[in-house]
Write a protein that binds this ligand. Structure first.
Ligand code: COA
Length: 256
């Protein structure tokens, strides 16, 4: 299959998806998100694929968020749909029967952080930075960041990061349990490939069972995912959203 915004390659038993919008710090536009989902789903029945790795092109970013330029003029209805579509992509990753590793090579912000959090495992390079800066734009996170951040690091610290928009580095993310390893940028892909080699020695059906069991720990426990979609959509009619996205495009701080 050929894609416009991602690259895919199989290396032994690993299927590597690279977000390929380096000049935009791999910002996730609608096409990119749909391509990631299609790519993940495309290998679900491929028995030679024992692990999926998602990473970003270049040395600076895994993904610096949803593509702000794409949604700046959206209506609340379009915003709600954007969020629902994003949730569907993240759910496809989370429910992949093949383990998905986020190889985080730099900025992992907003939708990029949400993408990493939807993966089963996160391995970060030393230059990784995580954050949910959406409230600077007059929005809450929209791709389930408000929910998966709590799942990974607990309510207290999640609330702090969501409300302050402070970025955390790889060492802080490791301390918080958000990622499982830090490696050098050079070792990032080799480390992920070694992990896929390890998966390849295990029972694929048992691995798929573990993923279902772990995911089900959080199943139907709260309506927060749905609330996030509605709150995200509502934001598209506020003056603050207009100011926030305008400020980003004008490379200045928003005036709230
Ligand atoms: N959406 C669209 N474009 C983005 C983007 C995003 N989320 N993040 C970065 N870009 C673009 C920039 O607009 C710039 O494009 P240009 O060269 O055409 O002007 C390019 O990527 C490089 O980004 P730049 O801001 O110049 O890099 P930097 O090193 O100065 O700053 C960041 C890096 C990540 C701190 C900064 O890009 C940023 O704050 N990005 C937005 C993060 C965000 O709010 N994400 C959540 C979105 S919901």
């Amino acid at each position: 299959m050929s894609y416009n915004t991602i690259l895919t390659v199989q290396s032994n038993n690993a299927f590597i998806i690279t977000i390929n919008r380096e000049s935009k710090l791999n910002a996730l536009n609608h096409e990119t998100l749909q391509e990631i989902k299609t790519a993940v789903l495309s290998v679900q029945d491929n028995k030679s694929v024992r692990g999926i790795i998602i990473t970003g092109a270049g040395l600076k970013a895994f993904a610096a968020g949803a593509d702000i330029s794409e949604f700046a003029t959206y209506t609340p209805q379009q915003g709600t749909q954007l969020s629902a579509d994003g949730h569907s992509v993240m759910n496809a990753i989370e429910h992949s029967a093949i383990p998905v590793i986020a190889a985080v090579n730099g900025y992992s912000l907003g939708g990029g952080c949400e993408l990493a959090m939807a993966c089963h495992i996160r391995i970060a390079a030393e230059n990784a930075k995580f954050g949910q800066p959406e409230v600077n734009l007059g929005l809450p996170p929209g791709y389930a960041g408000t929910q998966r951040l709590i799942q990974l690091i607990g309510k207290g610290k999640a609330m702090e990061l969501l409300l302050t928009t402070d970025f955390i580095n790889a060492a802080q993310a490791l301390d918080l349990g958000m990622i499982s390893q830090i490696v050098t940028l050079e070792q990032l892909l080799p480390t992920c490939l070694e992990m896929v080699d390890k998966f390849s020695t295990k029972s694929p059906s048992a691995i798929a069972s573990v993923i279902r069991c772990v995911n089900d720990h959080f199943k139907n426990t709260n309506p927060g995912f749905e609330t996030e979609i509605l709150e995200f959509g509502k934001s598209f009619q506020t003056e603050e959203f207009i100011e926030g996205t305008l400020a980003f495009s004008e490379k200045r701080k928003p005036n709230y």
